[in-house]
Design a protein around this ligand. Sequence first.
Ligand code: SAM
Length: 217
Amino acid sequence: MRLRNITGSREFIAENKYVVHEPEKYKGCWNKEIFENDRPIHIEIGMGKGRFITELASMNPDINYVGIEKYSSVLLRAIQKMEANELKNLMFIRMDAEYITDVFAGDEIDRIYLNFSDPWPKDRHAKRRLMSCNFLNRYTQIMKAGGVLEFKTDNRELFDFAVDEVPAAGWEILKLTYDLHNDEEMMKGNIMTEYEERFSAEGNPICKYVITIQNST
Ligand code: SAM
């Protein structure tokens, strides 16, 4: 379910203290200016209502988290979670991830999470998929060498596409499963997203990979 049109959500976000406004101003200085520490920065792109990143941030106070979401009315739900339980190590950005390299500099990000990303099923829209070669090349430009990306989905066709894109973009697969919830090792520490809960309850197996890039730019 998309909550794209909640009245006033855009205005609410424009004034919210948990949202980084004009994020491109902080390119290269997120640690210094936003988090005021030297801890690693992990981001989730397309976080939806934010359950996953909120839980991660509350479990890992020594890591800085940034949740990125395109739609105000969805981001609003993540902000409401923060208002109920404020976390110093979590901030949000409302933006299209297409412009991610305007916001983070090379070597700034340690880990990226993509959870149940939109499939864009038509071939002509493949470049919009957040795990396409097109996007992996952008991530390469913001990652530390040895940085890691984790992707989960119940969409097998999308997952097969994503796996094919990995070597083409110069990344390497570290771990992969086609049935996460029955994979004891990869399930350790798993945090369910809103979509994961829904699709796994319907009996859909969840696919996941963990990939890395050695040579960031
Ligand atoms: N990750 C959440 C989960 O697993 O429950 C939400 C999954 S939902 C299918 C995909 C989310 O990604 C939507 O909230 C959508 O608005 C967001 N999204 C899609 N494309 C995006 C983009 N280019 N930049 C930022 N967010 C995007």
